[in-house]
Design a protein around this ligand. Structure first.
Ligand SMILES: [Fe+2]
Ligand SMILES: [Fe+2]
Length: 333
């Protein structure tokens, strides 16, 4: 047994070193599997919880065009959740189990979604900054060593790119609008800037999982490197928008070839993470309610699948017989 494990481990290490993809049927270390389940689940949860702050504005979007864009975006996030739950299922965990862990607080979602969307400009700021930070984080995940996760990220990143652009375009319209609209856009950027920087996670020296994830090529860049990249991308974009980033220490550093920026309030981050953010309670309560109210959709889907199976009765078709399609219907509740 020991020899077999060593052989498997050698083959796994060689595949990772050669930048080959690890696929669901391949042997993998238990810790690699557990790390992926934790990360993909947290990512999936973030996608579906992230629908809430923006869905809050669908009925109040200022025009039919903005409403149509926002509905499409929120639907995209439901789709991202579905791809990611499916990717997690290839690791031997079920969607029901993951949702249960989310609903009982045993797994987390991105802290950014515990902040409220107070004005219409927040929808633009989320698109520009939150989806922008998500892309910066996720583009390198398209090269993640685990095949199903990497492939899911390719499509997700294309859609996130649309999200980022619609946010930018929406903020630009406000910034160039009336003084009140400009002020609303600036206020939204003031509130979303720092939480967006926190999305990259704790500093490298305080990040528990980073080093091992990078060795496994799940992660390709450190939290601080990605955060720096994001700041460098945002500074010229803020200038084009005619908006100010709320950081007096933000300045180009010629010798580093990057922007320096001020200290991040990690106490706030830890507080939100612990459940003490402005909307933690509301988000999880709404998620549980949506799940309960969507039970009939899951039951109907399962009944339909069972009927389809018995009517085709070819015997071998077990594909698509999972826990049923869940999220989309229930999210509209
Ligand atoms: Fe997304
Ligand atoms: Fe998005």
């Amino acid at each position: 047994m020991a020899t077999a494990t060593v052989d498997h481990a050698t083959a796994f290490d060689a595949a990772v070193a050669a930048d080959e993809r690890i696929e669901p049927r391949d042997w993998m270390p238990d810790a690699y599997r557990a790390t992926l389940v934790r990360q993909i689940a947290q990512h999936a949860h973030s996608e579906i919880i992230g629908m809430q702050p923006e869905a809050n504005w669908i009925t109040r979007a200022p025009s039919l065009r903005r409403k149509a864009i926002l509905i499409a975006k929120v639907q995209d996030e439901a789709g991202h959740g579905l791809y990611l739950y499916s990717a997690a299922e290839t690791l031997g965990t079920s969607r029901d189990e993951l949702l249960d862990k989310l609903h009982t607080g045993r797994q987390k979602y991105s802290s950014i979604f515990n902040y409220p969307t107070l004005t219409w400009a927040d929808v633009g700021a989320i698109g520009w900054l939150v989806d922008g930070a998500a892309i910066t984080n996720q583009v390198p995940l398209c090269r993640c060593s685990y095949g199903p996760y990497a492939r899911a990220m390719v499509r997700i990143c294309k859609e996130e790119s649309f999200h980022q652009r619609q946010g930018y375009e929406s903020l630009l319209a406000l910034s160039r609008g009336t003084p009140a609209q400009h002020a609303m856009a600036q206020d939204a950027v003031d509130r979303w800037w720092w939480p967006s920087l926190m999305m990259f996670g704790p500093p490298d020296d305080a990040s528990a999982h980073s080093a091992q994830s990078m060795a496994w090529k799940i992660k390709r860049h450190s939290n601080d490197d990605l955060r720096q990249r994001f700041v460098d991308i945002c500074v010229p974009q803020a200038e084009s928008l005619g908006l100010t980033l709320p950081d007096p220490d933000l300045v180009w550093n010629e010798s580093r070839g990057h922007h320096d920026f001020g200290p991040i309030d990690w106490t706030e981050f830890q507080q939100v993470l612990k459940g003490n953010g402005p909307c933690n309670e509301q988000r999880i309560t709404q998620r549980r309610t949506a799940h309960d109210e969507g039970a009939w959709v899951r039951e109907a889907a399962a009944a339909h699948a069972a009927k389809h199976r018995s009517s085709t009765s070819n015997g071998s078709d077990s594909s698509g017989s999972g826990s049923g399609s869940t999220s989309q219907g229930e999210e509209s509740a």
